[in-house]
Design a binder for this molecule. Structure first.
Ligand SMILES: Nc1nc2c(c(=O)[nH]1)N[C@H]1C(S)=C(S)[C@@H](COP(=O)(O)OP(=O)(O)OC[C@H]3O[C@@H](n4cnc5c(=O)[nH]c(N)nc54)[C@H](O)[C@@H]3O)O[C@H]1N2
Ligand SMILES: Nc1nc2c(c(=O)[nH]1)N[C@H]1C(S)=C(S)[C@@H](COP(=O)(O)OP(=O)(O)OC[C@H]3O[C@@H](n4cnc5c(=O)[nH]c(N)nc54)[C@H](O)[C@@H]3O)O[C@H]1N2
Ligand code: SF4
Ligand SMILES: [Mo]
Length: 712
């Protein structure tokens, strides 16, 4: 069939790259091809291995196509993959919306609206799909507010405490760097569109250093892989500062002009000698000195810090400390220098208009609702009172698989008196607990506008195909549900086009953010789907260097080594190394191994784990426990043995893999769906609900376990 059209969409998965995706649609309306937008300067015409196979996902025979209701008498809990539908009966959208509205109203009347808990994260990071009509709905209802901490809150708060804004070195500027550190960042697995920039820099002589306990694909390709002990990045960064200051390699002029608290920091780092830091980090002191010297004397130097380092108990401080390094050496002054954790702060959406928090004052509460931390879902469902959680509304997330301390999460979700709605594309682990299950669209099937956390382009995502069956978008669902609840505010009838205009402040050019000036859905489409943010310096022919000069949007107007704001909240205003409670520095012997429950290279958190083509790509790692030869030998374990991996929170069975990817004392597994894991639980059975030092984030990578052989 000849191609009828090509439609510009945006990959809305939770990935820094936010690729422009061109979808070819034939005359019958069927998508026949997806390809990376060749005109997008970061996408550069290619997609990652996961999304290159996206039509397998869109047209999967396992897509949810109709609303469903749990059959009477069927208990909530794991259902065998492929036979989930037997637990449900098909209903119409009208029936589904009616049941949900009645039930939510009844629960709200009986226990108060805060007994309703929305649970969503980044199934889509489109501005509309991530948070717009849904937030309006739950605000008007007076439902508990969800603190969306599961991924990036520790690092985000860290960056804000130092710089006041989540900006970073432009991805496209990495090509000019001469020294590149990937710090807790699996670029080749999780952020592939940065890779061509790094290759270009390396062709021009740049070195790539990877700091990661695990020998990732990125580490294998690096000039130098530093296999740091988990949770010790604060010590390494302070040790680097110690060497830089001891040897006078700092940029005194930049520091004097732009920073706050340097004298205090200098005093603090005096204690962090390379010898002490070596003992914590497992990196020889000569290596720490070499890293510090090379970093401080090779210009431009850039750090790609990613969220891996802030998933430890001291992760907020880790991100804070690493974020200070480019300041010390004045790296921000140079094209190709600096640091990138996230660029998301550059996109000044009108969030108040999209989310309407003011609607909480019109709810039965007449005030702002309580806030529940999503990283403590297990506690929220089982121990919260006044009121207890009686309704859970899940969309854009698969908490049964991705939330920490899984046993408590699943116990909470299995409660018969908890009313659970799940809006999904597939029969996930979470769908197995739904009372009402609703079919959701993919990014090929709905309209949205999107920024990125790994580049500086705004993009429009147009619907390329009709939704399969009766799948509906997040915006549609919450608009309809609001009307069923009798909410009469006109904002509940806004269309996607109106929401996009509101996000961009397109109706009020005078109020538009200067970087998004005159940007509208029409201009985005006319520009081929993407428009670069309009940085003032670039209009004058100069590159965008986010922190080359002040003032900075922090309380002091300077980059803050010392944070009075943190001190006021009872935190140490300066970084110091405090080992995680669950780490090799803990004085106990029952669980001597540090466990990294990592992401899969070929899935997106738990997304894609059910698709045969992705399973084949990931098969060498599925349900495997990677360990060092010494740790295996000490336990009589050989590669291929079935092992039990356990702590007080639970026990899993996996196949041992002894492949040199980890230092001794550290073992690693990967995320998968529970129902595709032997025993019915994934790696999050072993993780805790302990939170990070700052930011209230999860601490997946601060987990202790023991391993024993089960059978050969
Ligand atoms: N293929 C693929 N791509 C993805 C995702 C996926 O699941 N799969 N997920 C997406 C999401 S949600 C996000 S947030 C981004 C995140 O992307 P990254 O921030 O890269 O996230 P992680 O993979 O959690 O961590 C990166 C690396 O940190 C290492 N690490 C663990 N503990 C420590 C430590 O204490 N110190 C140091 N230095 N390193 C440590 C891990 O071994 C891992 O290789 O990726 C996105 N892209
Ligand atoms: N052990 C361990 N646990 C982790 C992590 C880890 O590295 N290790 N990483 C953590 C991190 S960084 C993150 S971000 C979280 C991610 O946690 P989640 O945000 O829950 O991510 P996913 O597992 O990708 O699940 C997203 C779900 O949203 C659905 N979805 C996609 N688009 C839409 C849509 O438009 N509408 C609706 N209604 N649904 C949609 C998808 O089908 C998918 O099932 O996991 C965290 N959990
Ligand atoms: S997952 Fe990331 S790299 Fe892959 S297509 Fe989507 S945005 Fe691009
Ligand atoms: Mo994430």
């Amino acid at each position: 069939m000849p191609a009828a059209k090509t439609v510009h969409t945006v990959c809305s998965h939770d990935c820094p790259d936010s690729c422009g995706v061109l979808v070819t649609v034939d005359e019958s309306g069927r998508a026949t091809r997806v390809q990376g937008d060749p005109d997008h300067p970061v996408t550069q015409g290619f997609l990652c291995g996961k999304v290159a196979k996206y039509l397998d996902r869109v047209y999967s025979p396992d897509r949810l196509l109709y609303p469903m209701q749990r059959r009477a008498g069927v208990a909530k809990g794991p259902l065998p993959q492929g036979r989930e539908a037997e637990a449900f009966e098909q209903i119409s959208w009208d029936e589904a919306l009616d049941v949900i509205a009645k039930k939510l109203r009844q629960i709200s009347d009986e226990h108060g609206p805060e007994s309703i808990l929305p649970y969503s994260y980044a199934g889509t990071i489109g501005a509309l799909g991530y948070g717009s009509m849904d937030r309006r709905f739950f605000h008007r209802l007076g439902a508990s507010q969800l603190d969306r901490t599961i991924c990036a809150s520790a690092g985000g708060e860290a960056l804000m405490s130092v710089y006041g804004r989540k900006l970073g070195t432009d991805t496209e500027h990495f090509r000019y760097a001469r020294y590149i550190i990937a710090w807790g960042a699996n670029i080749h697995g999780n952020n592939i569109h940065l890779w061509p920039m790094i290759e270009e820099a390396r062709r021009n002589g740049a070195k790539l250093i990877v700091i990661d306990p695990y020998k990732t694909r990125t580490a294998k390709l690096a000039d130098w892989h530093i296999a740091i002990n988990p949770g010790t990045d604060v010590a390494l960064a302070l040790g680097m500062m110690h060497v830089i200051l001891r040897e006078g390699l700092e940029d005194a002029g930049y520091i004097a002009e732009n920073t706050y608290g340097f004298a205090e920091l200098k005093q603090r780092v005096a204690d962090y000698t390379p010898e002490r830091v070596a003992a914590w980090t497992g990196i020889p002191s000569a290596g720490i000195e070499r890293l510090a010297r090379e970093y401080a004397t090779t210009t431009p130097a850039v750090i790609r810090m990613n969220y891996g380092i802030q998933r430890s108990q001291n992760g907020g401080t880790a991100a804070r400390t690493v974020a200070m390094l480019p300041v010390l050496i004045g790296a921000w002054k140079h094209l190709g220098g600096g640091l990138q954790l996230s660029t998301s702060g550059a996109f000044a959406w009108d969030k108040a208009a999209l989310e309407r928090p003011d609607l909480m004052l019109d709810s039965p509460l007449k005030r702002h609702a309580r806030i529940v931390n999503m990283s403590e879902l297990g506690h929220a469902l089982t121990t919260l009172s006044e009121p207890p959680v009686r309704a859970l509304f899940v969309y854009n997330s698969n908490p049964a698989a991705i939330a920490p301390d899984q046993a408590q999460v699943l116990r909470g979700m299995a409660q018969p008196d908890l009313f659970t709605v799940v809006h999904e594309q597939f029969f996930t682990d979470t769908a197995d607990y739904a009372d009402i299950l609703l079919p959701a669209t993919t990014f090929l099937e709905h309209k949205d506008v999107q920024g990125a956390y790994g580049h500086y382009y705004v993009q429009i995502s147009n619907p390329a195909i009709e939704p399969p069956g009766e799948a509906r978008s997040n915006v549609w669902l919450f608009s309809q549900l609001a009307q069923c609840m009798g909410f009469t505010e006109p904002c509940f009838r806004d269309t996607s086009e109106e929401l996009i205009a509101q996000a961009l402040r397109a109706e009020h050019p005078e109020k538009q953010d200067p970087w998004m000036a005159a940007m509208t859905e029409a201009t985005l489409n006319a520009a081929g789907g993407h428009q670069r943010l309009q940085f003032a310096s670039e209009k004058e022919g100069q590159p965008f260097l986010p922190f080359a000069t002040g003032p900075f949007p922090t309380p002091s107007g300077k980059i803050e080594f010392l944070s009075e704001a943190l001190a006021a909240r009872g935190f140490d205003p300066l970084p110091s190394f405090v080992p995680p409670e669950e780490s090799r520095h803990t004085k106990q012997t029952r669980y001597p191994l540090e466990f990294l429950p990592r992401k899969a290279d070929n899935y997106m958190n738990s997304t894609f784990a059910n698709l045969p083509v992705h399973q084949r790509m990931e098969s060498a790692h599925t349900n495997r426990l990677e360990m060092h030869a010494d740790d295996a030998e000490a336990r009589g374990i050989r590669a291929g043995d079935t092992v039990e991996i356990f702590n007080d929170r639970g026990s899993l069975r996996m196949i041992a893999q002894v492949n040199g990817s980890l230092p001794s004392g550290v073992v690693a597994g990967r995320l998968n769906w529970n129902k595709l894991s032997p025993g019915g639980n994934n790696v999050n059975l072993l993780t805790s609900q302990r939170l990070t030092d700052i930011g209230g984030g999860p601490t997946f990578y601060s987990t202790l376990v023991e391993v024993r052989k089960v059978s050969a």
